[in-house]
Design a binder for this molecule. Structure first.
Ligand code: 13P
Ligand code: SF4
Length: 300
């Protein structure tokens, strides 16, 4: 029996749905039932009726699904695949900021731990952060943990006072304006599309700024056939499948080592490893659920 047949049998027997982010290996994206950006995966994970869900992404993505859909068994395809940015904030910073400002909303990027979410007023993803911040009644916003996304959103929502945190994505943050300028020199007609986790000097050279799904959806709206994509290059699979007549250029160094940890063979075995199953404390879950539910409501 070949791999796909074995996987299909297992999925039927155990009632499993496979979710994958655009950043994982294309073989896994091809086998997944649902592929998307972090907002889509949270929405989908909440609504699925399957008994078991396998998440091929980074740790917080499986954890988010478990918070929203606690009766299901949720497995991270590889429990070691974590997002380093999720740990770039701490409880003390949040408590200090709450003490400093009366009129404060703690706005937390989903790339964060459950402990951070539990102390937050609302969660956001890169696809809905500006929309949600505009809807908040508070004047002051403590935006954690991503400084670059926070800086971008602060420009989209000038009526609010943003206080930024120190965190950033080690992968997107390493890209400099020189990287973009040298690609533009090689491909002068190409339009530039960048993820808002990039630094401001990169976003300033971009024709479009948005989440992974936003970038994919924007291609047919832009003139031309050549595009420089400034996000993790595994998104190539979805772009080339959707737009076979267009040409895409990527930055070779823009890979996510955490998303790369997944191997398709683990789809057959991950449910046997107790470390892969997401288990969370119920009290903590209840606290983290509120900002996530608020995100789903305000981000619609
Ligand atoms: P998206 O919200 O676009 O899925 O991005 C998640 C992420 O981790 C980007 O590095
Ligand atoms: Fe985290 Fe960056 Fe990887 Fe996204 S690309 S999962 S922010 S390390």
């Amino acid at each position: 029996m070949n791999f796909e047949d074995r996987l299909n049998d297992l999925k039927k027997e155990k009632d499993v749905a496979i979710l994958a982010h655009y950043y994982v290996d294309e073989e896994i994206q091809a086998l997944a039932d649902y592929v998307g950006d972090s907002f889509y995966l949270a929405q989908k994970g909440k609504d699925l009726n399957n008994k078991r869900i396998i998440m091929a992404g980074v740790y917080f993505m499986g954890e988010t699904i478990k918070i929203l859909n606690p009766d299901k068994k949720v497995y991270n395809l590889n429990w070691l695949a974590d997002c380093p940015m999720a740990h770039m904030t701490n409880e003390k910073d949040i408590v200090d900021m709450k003490n400093k400002y009366d009129d404060l909303a703690v706005v937390t990027y989903v790339n964060s731990t459950i402990e951070t979410k539990a102390l937050s007023d609302v969660c956001v993803t890169s696809s809905n952060a500006a929309k949600i911040c505009k809807k908040l009644k508070e004047k002051n916003i403590f935006f954690i943990p991503d400084r670059n996304l926070g800086s971008y959103v602060s420009e989209e929502v000038p009526e609010k006072n943003f206080i930024l945190n120190r965190g950033s994505c080690p992968r997107h943050n390493q890209i400099n304006k020189e990287d973009i300028l040298s690609l533009k020199k090689l491909h002068p007609r190409a339009r530039v599309l960048a993820h808002p986790e990039c630094k401001k000097e990169v976003l300033e050279l971009s024709d479009y700024i948005g989440s992974t799904k936003g970038i994919i959806n924007e291609i047919p709206k832009l003139d031309g056939d050549e595009f420089i994509i400034v996000t993790v290059k595994a998104i190539r699979y979805e772009l080339e499948n959707n737009y076979p007549d267009k040409t895409f250029y990527f930055l070779d160094k823009l890979t996510c080592i955490n998303m790369n940890m997944h191997k398709k063979e683990d789809l057959l075995t991950c449910m046997d490893n107790p470390y892969n199953e997401v288990k969370i404390d119920e009290d903590l879950r209840q606290k983290a659920l509120k900002p996530l539910e608020r995100m789903l409501e305000l981000g619609k």
